[in-house]
Design a protein around this ligand. Structure first.
Ligand SMILES: Cc1cc2nc3c(=O)[nH]c(=O)nc-3n(C[C@H](O)[C@H](O)[C@H](O)COP(=O)(O)OP(=O)(O)OC[C@H]3O[C@@H](n4cnc5c(N)ncnc54)[C@H](O)[C@@H]3O)c2cc1C
Length: 337
C-alpha cells in the first residue's frame, strides 16, 4: 500500500494537464495512474485516416507548444509523440499500465484499488475520458442480425466495407466522417434519431469554445447529466461533411424501428437489406471505478449540485479554448459523436 497526496487517474490530455499543475503548485506528492501501455491516452486508438488535417484541432498542453504539423501524419502517431515529449520534459510521475478498478472513501481520503496494488490518497483527480466506454443503444432485434456490427471505436478503414451495404447510425462528427469515407466505395444508409442540426459559421475557440465549456461546466456543477458535445455545439461543416453533402450522401433517414437478420425495418415499414451496421453512437464518461463513491444522483448526473470539491472529474470537454493544434479556423474542441 502506497500513500500520496493526490492520485490522478488517466494520462490523456486532461490527466497530463492536471499533473503539470500539481507539480507547478508544489503538491507534496502525487502519482498519475494510466491504463495505457504508453503515452497518448485515447489518441493511441484513432483510426488511420484521422490525420493531423482531419482532426478538429488539439490544444497545446500547458507550457509546451505543439510541434509543426505534418498534415498527412495519422493523429494516432503525432499526438502520442507530443504527449510523450511533454511527459519527459516535465518528468511527471506516471505509472503504466495501471488500471484503477475501484475508488472507495477512506476516512477523509480515498482508497484506490488497481491491478498493480493499492494506494491511499487525500484526493483524486479523475481524468479517464470516454474512449473506453462506447455507447451502444439498445435496439429491438440487434442480437438477431447475421451481418457485422461495430462501433466507431472499432473502425479501422473504409476499405473493409468495399462493395457492401452499410447502415451508419449516429449524428455526430465521427458518424459523418465515417459515412463520407465508406460511401466512396459502398452503399450507405444514414440513420439519426433527430434531424441533425448544423452550425452556421465557424466555431471560434475563443467565443464558441468558451461558451460550450461554460455550458458543460454549468450542467456538471448543477448535477445534470451532460449531453453529447454535438448537442452543445451543433454539427460543424467539416470538409468531410461538405464532401458528403456535395456527393449527395447526406440523405438522413429516421432511425429504423427494428433490426432483422439481414437488414433493418425502416420507420415507414419498408425493409432495407444491409451487410453492416456501424454504430457511431458516441461515448460516455468512463467512471465505473468511481461507483463505490455513490456520485450519481437520481437525474443520472453526478453530485448534488454543490460546487466541486475532491474528487474532481475532468469534463469530457478537456481542451482549453486557446490556439488549436491541427487545421486552423475550423473548430475548437472536437464534437464527439
Ligand atoms: C474519434 C474522436 C476524435 C476526436 N478528436 C478530437 C480533436 O480533434 N480535438 C479534441 O480536442 N478532442 C477530440 N476528441 C475528444 C478527445 O477524445 C478528447 O479531447 C481527449 O482525448 C480527451 O482527453 P482526456 O484526457 O479527457 O481522455 P483520454 O484521452 O481518453 O485519456 C484518458 C486516459 O485514462 C485512461 N484510463 C481510462 N480508465 C482508466 C482507469 N480505470 N484506470 C487508469 N487509467 C484509465 C485511458 O487509458 C487514457 O489513457 C475526439 C474524440 C473522438 C472519439
Amino acid at each position: 500500500m502506497r500513500r500520496v497526496s493526490v492520485v490522478v487517474i488517466g494520462a490523456g490530455q486532461a490527466g497530463l494537464s492536471a499533473a503539470y499543475h500539481l507539480k507547478r503548485r508544489g503538491t507534496h506528492s502525487f502519482v498519475v495512474l494510466d491504463a495505457e501501455p504508453a503515452p497518448g491516452g485515447a489518441w493511441r486508438h484513432r483510426w488511420e485516416s484521422l490525420t493531423m488535417t482531419t482532426v478538429n484541432g488539439i490544444f497545446d498542453l500547458p507550457g509546451f507548444p505543439s510541434p509543426p504539423i505534418d498534415a498527412d501524419e495519422p493523429s494516432r502517431v503525432a499526438v502520442p509523440r507530443y504527449f510523450a515529449a511533454f511527459e519527459e520534459a516535465n518528468d511527471l510521475p506516471i505509472q503504466r499500465p495501471v488500471r484503477v478498478s475501484e475508488v472507495r472513501r477512506n476516512g477523509a481520503g480515498y482508497w484506490i484499488g488497481t491491478d498493480h496494488g493499492t494506494w491511499l490518497a487525500d484526493g483524486i483527480i479523475n481524468a479517464t475520458g470516454t474512449w473506453t466506454n462506447p455507447t451502444l443503444p439498445p435496439h429491438p432485434g440487434r442480437e438477431t442480425f447475421t451481418g457485422r456490427q461495430l462501433h466507431t471505436s472499432d473502425y479501422v478503414s473504409a476499405a473493409e466495407f468495399s462493395g457492401q451495404r452499410v447502415a451508419v447510425v449516429g449524428g455526430g462528427i465521427s458518424a459523418l466522417e465515417q459515412l463520407e469515407e465508406i460511401s466512396r466505395d459502398a452503399a450507405t444508409f444514414w440513420y439519426t434519431r433527430r434531424e441533425p442540426v448544423f452550425r452556421e459559421g465557424a466555431f471560434e475557440p475563443e467565443e464558441a469554445g468558451r461558451e460550450t465549456i461554460a455550458k458543460v461546466v454549468a450542467d456538471v456543477e448543477a448535477g445534470r447529466p451532460t449531453g453529447s458535445v454535438v448537442s452543445y455545439t451543433g454539427l460543424i461543416w467539416t470538409p468531410y461533411a461538405l464532401a458528403a453533402r456535395e456527393r449527395g450522401v447526406l440523405r438522413r433517414r429516421p432511425m429504423f424501428t427494428a433490426i432483422e437478420p439481414t437488414g433493418v425495418r425502416e420507420a415507414d415499414g419498408s425493409f432495407t437489406p444491409v451487410d453492416v451496421i456501424l454504430w457511431a453512437t458516441g461515448f460516455r464518461p468512463a467512471l465505473k471505478h468511481l461507483e463505490p463513491l455513490g456520485l450519481r444522483n437520481d437525474r443520472a448526473g453526478s453530485g448534488s449540485g454543490e460546487p466541486r470539491s475532491n474528487p474532481v472529474c475532468t469534463s469530457s470537454v478537456s481542451a482549453r479554448p486557446s490556439r488549436p493544434w491541427g487545421p486552423t479556423g475550423r473548430a475548437g474542441p472536437r464534437s464527439v459523436p
